[in-house]
Write a protein that binds this ligand. Structure first.
Ligand SMILES: [Zn+2]
Length: 433
């Protein structure tokens, strides 16, 4: 094969790749329009793209951004197919594109590098100068404490930006390395627990201590969230009217294993374990009872899909819009947000307190002074910053990133930010795509 033939062939393959990319975008539009991803047991288009199609997070994000843009501006499809515009540039331009300017922008941005398009965006939508500010920086860690960080338990200051994110890494089959930075208080507690259970755990194995501590925590949280008691109480008669008692909720969650219970036609069960909601199989509005037999655990996307099938998409979307409007008005006043789209009685009682305490960090979180933050809030703030930075580097807008952070704040678990950063970024991407 001659050099020239290689180049000609390559050029034709690149052209085919671009045309095929445009076709992928068209199919994604159709999948979302028909809600096929939900039927296949995926909790979002992002979940569908990563888990079912095997795209990386970045690939999924760029393709889904293109998909949403093409729905609004179909002319972009030709620009993608011809290679006039790359998906990365489309991501940068997505907020500027309108029906009136799409042709002009595509012509201007065509063939430009990402850096050149960034400059184009800056010219078209200039941002105000960054305000000068002075803020207290965390103290430097001393060399002795840096050296001690190689030990299993380390001592560090409470400085937020110095606390590395917790890690949970598989090191062999069914074996995981858990790494975190403990402050002095946690170290003392661990040492005390080690001493108190030295007869039962003579080797002083930290994993044994942590497992027992987590067992106790799970038991406590289950009681708080679901009213779990050692003896199940009799259900209240109000279940007849669709009301969900704590006992029924607990039964539904335990039966469904804390996972969305939706099973697609292909037999695949939705993997979602966050944003779980209790849904009435026969809707409450249609006389469905609040007994566990009439309840199922669904993720938000599948709960919404189920509601749309019963009440119609237009009705559900109108309701979501009204809740969002109400929610943003409340946020403007710095008040706790309204509950997200709620088609059934499903909120845990404990959620209100969790949301309220997490909320100040959601709104003013990034601007707050490190010196005024309690240690646990500082760690949360650190995780938030990592996730926010990751989202911005993926090309999300500041407002979008903050919206994802806010949603995570409102998740129905007590410490939404105490998950590995990778899991948090995935969660944020799932929210935004
Ligand atoms: Zn689901």
């Amino acid at each position: 094969m001659s050099n020239e033939e290689i180049l000609v062939d390559l050029k034709s393959f690149v052209g085919a790749e671009r045309r095929s990319l445009a076709r992928v975008v068209v199919y994604l539009v159709e999948i979302e329009e028909r809600r096929l991803h939900l039927e296949l047991g995926c909790s979002s288009m992002f979940d569908f793209c990563t888990r079912r199609l095997g795209f990386s997070e970045g690939e999924a994000f760029r393709r889904l951004t293109a998909e949403r843009l093409v729905r609004r501006l179909p002319v972009l499809l030709d620009a993608i197919a011809s290679g006039q515009i790359h998906l990365s540039n489309l991501v940068l331009l997505r907020d500027l594109l309108t029906e009136a300017n799409v042709d002009e922008i595509v012509a201007t941005a065509g063939g430009k590098t990402k850096r050149e398009v960034e400059e184009l965006v800056a010219r078209m939508a200039p941002k105000p100068d960054v305000q000068a500010s002075i803020r207290k920086l965390p103290e430097r860690r001393s060399s002795s404490s840096a050296a001690s960080s190689r030990k299993v338990m380390t001592t560090t200051s409470h400085a937020p930006s110095r606390v590395p994110p917790p890690q949970l890494q598989a090191i062999a089959e069914r074996r995981y390395k858990v790494q975190l930075t403990a402050d002095e208080v946690l170290r003392d507690k661990l040492e005390l627990a080690r001493a108190l259970m030295s007869h039962r755990n003579p080797s002083g194995d930290l994993a044994v201590i942590i497992e027992q501590a987590v067992d106790l925590l799970i038991e406590k949280l289950s009681k708080e969230k679901l009213g779990t008691t050692s003896r199940a109480r009799l259900r209240k008669p109000s279940a007849q009217h669709g009301y969900v008692t704590r006992a029924a909720r607990r039964e539904a969650f335990e039966r469904d294993g804390w996972q969305c219970s939706f099973v697609g036609k292909n037999g695949q069960r939705c993997p979602a374990r966050s944003f779980l909601e209790v849904d009435h199989v026969t809707p409450r509005a249609l006389g469905g009872s609040g007994e566990a037999e009439n309840l199922r655990v669904l993720c938000r996307a599948h709960n919404r899909d189920a509601a749309e099938r019963v009440f119609g998409r237009a009705h559900v979307e109108a309701r979501i819009r009204s809740i969002r409007k109400h929610s943003s008005r409340r946020l403007d006043r710095n008040a706790p947000p309204a509950a997200p789209a709620d088609f059934s009685q499903r909120k845990f009682e404990a959620t209100r307190t969790t949301t309220t305490t997490a909320l100040p960090s959601a709104i003013g979180g990034l601007a707050r002074e490190a010196s005024h933050v309690a240690p646990e809030q500082a760690q949360d703030g650190d995780a938030r910053k990592h996730v926010r930075t990751a989202l911005l580097s993926l090309g999300f807008r500041v407002a979008e990133a903050d919206r994802a952070l806010l949603v995570i704040d409102r998740q129905e678990c007590d410490e939404p930010w105490r998950r590995p950063i990778e899991a948090l970024v995935r969660e944020a991407l799932r929210i935004l795509t």
